[in-house]
Ligand binder design. Structure first.
Ligand SMILES: NC(=O)NCCC[C@H](N)C(=O)O
Length: 399
């Protein structure tokens, strides 16, 4: 059954995106805008990603690739027309270039259209071009921007219970990603009948900010990406659908190092998190519950870990004591040491480079499946960011 009610229930199915030609578009001139901190060696990034996918399969996880789902989806004419129109509307190419681009895209078969929607289209790759906008563009300028961050499938959709929240991404370089995930969830037969909990045109919410702490309890970070209004909208929708009794709104620093809640905190067991030490005990949360009729009850802020324990009905949330010196902690947090992907309670995937954090996890009894991420990490995301759980074994239902 599709869906998830926790971060740690046995992972059954996951959606990944194997990086490809879109990474080859990155240059020192555009990498900042495209949200990469370096220029990855693409072949090696693919090898690292293949090893990640294989590690998941070796642990019984079904791996779905976004590219394959998208290509299947683009076999349907309604889906093709929908995505081409939406993309051109967003892109603002002017009437003539939009018309030429439409013609170019309509001539592509599903495989090439998939590639073009992901890797983008440079002006020089258009079959034919003319007019003012075309003339004013450099031949390397993008008629369609590439989506190198599609790699981070966590952010462009998130399953909550049996519904999928198609997210509203905040950064211009990423907004088109959820156009593609929405298309898949709307038209692919595998997802027939799945209800959408959230939509890309609503206030900003990114999947990396959403943590399913326990059945009925969701933490949502609000900072550089998810906006306060996004959290409020998600609260209303989650409560209306009966998917949670408490949402914890967690303000996080609005900076790149902590762009999502999952860059500083992920769960490794039903009651245990690995967390960036400097914020572990200072992070605050506003608990939000439903008063019915769409009204929300918002509680005074209190320490996140306390608020989470209370909502989860447990005495305390345990924090892996990484006990790292501040410099090592900062280095490993930057390299996604706290961004782990649980395959089951106390079994987690982590970047091998975060030697100290991983050692502490193991000392606490967590099995760590190490993966290489020297190239993948240049996009500033770890194993949790690179995975969208489609199905996890349910822990429980809440009344
Ligand atoms: N959940 C995550 O933290 N995802 C990582 C996203 C990295 C990407 N380069 C971005 O800046 O959005």
């Amino acid at each position: 059954m599709n869906g998830a009610d926790s971060e740690v229930g046995r992972l059954e199915t996951v959606m990944l995106h194997r990086p490809g030609a879109e990474l080859k578009r990155l240059t020192p001139r555009n990498s900042d805008k495209l949200l990469f901190d370096g220029i990855p060696w693409v072949g090696r990034a693919q090898e690292e990603h293949d090893a990640f996918a294989q590690a998941l399969r070796d642990h019984g996880v079904e791996v779905l690739y976004l590219t394959e789902l998208l290509q299947d989806t683009l076999e349907y004419d309604a889906a093709r027309q929908e995505v081409i129109s939406a993309m051109l509307e967003e892109r603002q190419l002017g009437d003539l270039l939009a018309q030429l681009t439409r013609g170019h895209l309509e001539d592509l078969d599903p495989e090439d259209l998939t590639q073009t929607l992901i890797a983008g289209l440079a002006r020089e790759e258009l079959k034919s071009g003319r007019g003012l906008v075309y003339g004013l563009m450099d031949r390397h300028d993008f008629v369609i921007d590439p989506l190198p961050n599609l790699l981070f499938t966590r952010d462009s959709s998130v399953w909550i219970g049996d519904r999928v929240a198609v997210t509203s991404l905040a950064m211009p370089a990423r907004t088109r990603e959820s156009m593609l995930t929405r298309l898949i969830y709307t038209h692919h037969p595998r997802f027939a009948g799945v209800e959408h909990l959230y939509e890309p045109w609503l206030e900003h919410v990114e999947g990396g900010d959403v943590l399913l702490m326990a059945p009925g309890v969701i933490a949502v970070g609000t900072g550089e990406r998810t906006t306060p209004a996004g959290v409020e909208r998600l609260c209303r929708r989650v409560f209306a659908a009966g998917l949670a009794h408490t949402v914890l709104a967690v303000p996080i620093a609005q900076q790149r190092a902590t762009m999502h809640l999952d860059t500083i905190c992920t769960m490794v067991d039903v009651d245990t998190v690995v967390m960036y030490p400097p914020v572990a005990y200072s992070l605050q949360a506003y608990a939000v519950t439903s008063l019915g009729n769409g009204e929300l009850r918002v509680f005074e802020p209190r320490p996140f870990l306390e608020a989470a324990a209370q909502a989860m009905g447990i005495e305390r949330v345990k924090v892996i004591d990484t006990g790292l010196d501040p410099v090592t902690a900062e280095r490993e947090q930057w390299d996604d040491g706290n961004n782990t992907l649980a395959l089951a309670p106390r079994v987690t995937v982590a970047y091998e480079r975060n030697v100290e954090t991983n050692a502490r996890l193991e000392a606490s009894g967590v099995k760590v499946i190490r993966i290489a991420g020297s190239e993948l990490g240049s996009g500033r995301g770890g194993p949790r960011c690179m995975s969208c759980p489609i199905s996890r074994e349910r822990l429980a239902t809440f009344a």
